[in-house]
Design a protein around this ligand. Structure first.
Ligand SMILES: *Cc1c(COP(=O)(O)O)cnc(C)c1O
Length: 423
């Protein structure tokens, strides 16, 4: 392997060994966790840059410390590119991750005790959409909508409207971490308008697909606000962001909410890496990437369908698939996760809608194509990956088969090394 970390290697053997181990794990295994990806060396360089040394509390042109010539420049580049990428009038690029972006958004728009209408967590919503283990639920009220039909994935919009009229939410929240379909954005917006709520979409998982124009942009359907991560399909550094369709009053409230309301100094090295990532995402090549992510997911869907493995909502229209391995193959989600990890394919166990098993060892697995597509996989290789998954699961006690699959995975990885650049 290349000598990427000469100073750590010399100075800190223990941390070096862990980093080197992770580099090797990523190089030699297939990453199927749908929220993960590989960033370019350019993004990594920005993330490791001298900007990490700088305090920049405030916003460009309005900082609390001196010496902001270059940090202002970098943050303005990130903001301009983000606006262009998503057709937004305003962007806040300071949230440290997706969760603080959501927390900042809630506090900008709500008073304590106010209500949010979000997707039921067992039907694909995220922790920050009101899971009882989060502090958010001590401050705000969360009410739920669900799928009407788990086999098609259609949301129960009639029920959603009823709940909205009864509960009077201030935010109608769309967005998900484990839902393989597109939403009917017009219906969300019309329900939000009917009850005088903000229409907010958390695009954390599909930001790259929206930026790459492989799926629709919620702003084109009237959503007021989008929150996101930058490290999932968007293929940037770990981080968060908030965008608004119009440069409205609440845009200014969002700035105040993120700083000083929630965070201290922004991570300027991370914002520089976001700027580099947005630059990459604006290139025509990124559109090709985003479309290929969907094609590859369809190729995997086909293999699972052929093998009669039940997929939630019947398949996928985005980058991820939820498979009911317990119902179809008698293997629990946890067992499947461990088994596939051993043969070099990383994914996660996941609860499925109306799961008959508990959350620690649920019925499903969740996997997706953003990272393998970054490696250069097309439909052919994605089909192969799905076939290897099925073969490993069907031969769960056969060590010989597993050994061969591990070798096949290693070979695929060698043929498609993690790229250093996407432009
Ligand atoms: C991943 C995710 C988040 C949280 O992002 P972090 O960077 O892990 O804090 C928020 N919302 C949704 C829908 C997500 O998928």
């Amino acid at each position: 392997m290349k000598n990427l970390y000469p100073h750590i290697k010399k100075q800190d053997k223990k941390v070096f060994a862990a980093i080197e181990g992770e580099e090797k794990r990523q190089a030699e295994g297939l990453e199927l966790i749908p929220s993960e990806n590989y960033v370019s060396q350019a993004v990594r360089e920005a993330n490791a840059s001298a900007l990490t040394n700088k305090y920049s509390e405030g916003y460009p042109g309005k900082r609390y410390y001196g010496g902001q010539e270059f940090t202002d420049e970098v943050e303005m580049i990130a903001i301009e590119r983000a606006k262009k990428l998503f057709g937004a009038k305003y962007a806040n690029v300071q949230p440290h991750a997706g969760a603080p972006a959501n927390v900042g958004m809630y506090f900008a728009l709500l008073e304590p005790g106010d209500t949010v209408l979000g997707m039921d967590l067992s039907h694909g919503g995220h922790l920050t959409h009101g899971h009882p283990v989060t502090y958010l639920t001590k401050i705000f009220r969360f009410v739920r909508y669900k799928m009407k039909d788990v086999e098609t994935g259609e949301i129960d919009y009639d029920e959603m409207r009823k709940v909205a009229k009864k509960e009077r939410p201030k935010i109608v929240l769309a967005g998900y971490s484990a839902y393989p379909r597109e939403l009917d954005y017009d219906k969300f917006v019309s329900i939000a308008r009917e009850v005088g709520a903000y229409a907010v979409m958390d695009i954390a998982h599909i930001a790259g697909l929206i930026a790459g124009k492989a799926v629709r942009n919620p702003f084109d359907h009237g959503f007021d606000i989008m929150t996101t991560t930058t490290h999932k399909t968007l293929r940037g550094p770990r981080g968060g962001m908030i965008l608004t369709r119009e440069d409205a009053d609440f845009a200014k409230k969002i700035d105040k909410s993120i700083f000083p309301g929630l965070q201290g100094g922004p991570l300027m090295h991370n914002i520089a890496a976001k700027a580099v990532c947005f630059g990459e995402a604006l290139s025509p090549k990124f559109r090709v990437y985003a479309k290929q992510v969907l094609k590859n997911a369809k190729a995997m869907e086909k293999v699972f369908a052929t093998n009669n493995v039940r997929m939630l909502t019947g398949g996928t229209s985005n980058h991820l698939i939820l498979a009911d391995v317990w119902g179809s193959m008698g293997i629990s989600g946890k067992e499947a996760e461990t088994l596939l990890d051993e043969v070099g394919m990383t994914l996660n166990k996941n609860s499925i809608a109306d799961d008959v098993r508990g959350p620690m060892d649920p019925s499903g697995i969740r996997f997706g194509t953003p990272a393998i597509t970054t490696r250069g996989f097309k439909a052919k290789e994605s089909t192969k990956v799905a076939e290897l998954m099925i073969e490993a699961l069907k031969n769960k006690s056969n060590k010989k088969v597993h050994k061969r699959i591990r070798e096949d995975v290693r070979k695929l990885c060698k043929r498609f090394p993690i790229p250093e650049s996407f432009v």
